[in-house]
Design a protein around this ligand. Structure first.
Ligand code: AP5
Length: 220
């Protein structure tokens, strides 16, 4: 595992998935979205899906041991040899400790912890209009980034759907969970000099430019 090694963290709707996919395209590193892996497992009704779907629909975090095992296995796959972009992991201090141990063992430590942020009113607008492709996971927005044809993915022609946890009550729960369990990662990574705080407000391209500057690739 060499190449780019970064994590994205931030509240729901901050743009982690959107920006992680852009980095993946640029660097060829594997993008690992733990939320997407869990949603696929739930749809396919695998044992992982059955075990975790309740947490997702409530907006709670899946237990740390389940998540750490899932990410450890994913990072061993060949497409992660050219580096990784973790989108949504770690989300607790315990997960961050385990990731640190895992990477230390391989002698390839994390390069940047990219903390995206935006105020709650922006997050809520983004989440309530989000549409995701069932097939390739591409993201659209009913207002900010609508697909050419309603309900159809521009990239692969797949069906666009609205996530169950993008309902008002679940959004509020996810924002609370973020503040309580994930926001402490800011201090954790600040102490390790890995924190790059990025303003997530603005167009996708404006935020993309900030992300590239934060990882020291400002020319892109
Ligand atoms: P996950 O899928 O990771 O959800 P999340 O963290 O709540 O983040 P989102 O996917 O909602 O938002 P995002 O920041 O990626 O924003 P996006 O780019 O999509 O996790 C789901 C669940 O899985 C969790 O609640 C938990 O249960 C479980 N889970 C996952 N990982 C876990 C872990 N490590 N431990 C335990 N449990 C875990 O953008 C949102 C919308 O805004 C889109 O429509 C997009 O098009 C639009 N948009 C993006 N950027 C902009 C912009 N600059 N301007 C205008 N619109 C924009």
């Amino acid at each position: 595992m060499s190449g780019l090694r970064v994590i994205f963290f931030g509240p729901p709707g901050a743009g982690k998935g959107t920006q992680a996919k852009l980095l993946e395209r640029e660097f060829g590193a594997c993008q690992v979205s733990t939320g997407e892996i869990l949603r696929k497992a739930a749809r396919a009704e695998t044992s992982l899906g059955k075990q975790t779907s309740g947490y997702l629909s409530r907006g709670d975090l899946v237990p740390d041991d389940v998540m750490v095992k899932l990410v450890a296995e994913r990072l061993k796959k060949p497409d992660c040899k050219a580096g990784f972009i973790l989108d949504g992991f770690p989300r607790t201090i315990a997960q961050a400790d385990d990731l640190e141990r895992m990477l230390k063992k391989d002698g390839l430590p994390l390069e940047h912890a990219l903390g995206l942020n935006a105020p709650n009113d922006v997050l809520i607008k983004r989440l309530s209009g989000r549409r995701t492709c069932r097939n390739c996971g591409s993201m659209f927005h009913a207002v900010f980034n609508p697909p050419t044809k309603d309900g159809v993915c521009d990239r692969c022609g797949g069906e666009l759907y609205q996530r169950d946890d993008d309902r008002e009550e679940q959004i509020a729960a996810r924002l609370r969970v973020y503040e309580e369990q994930t926001a402490p990662l800011k201090d954790y990574y600040r102490k390790r000099r890995l924190l790059r705080e990025i303003n997530g407000v603005g167009s996708v391209d404006e935020v993309r430019q900030r992300v590239f500057r934060a990882i020291g690739d400002g020319a892109k």
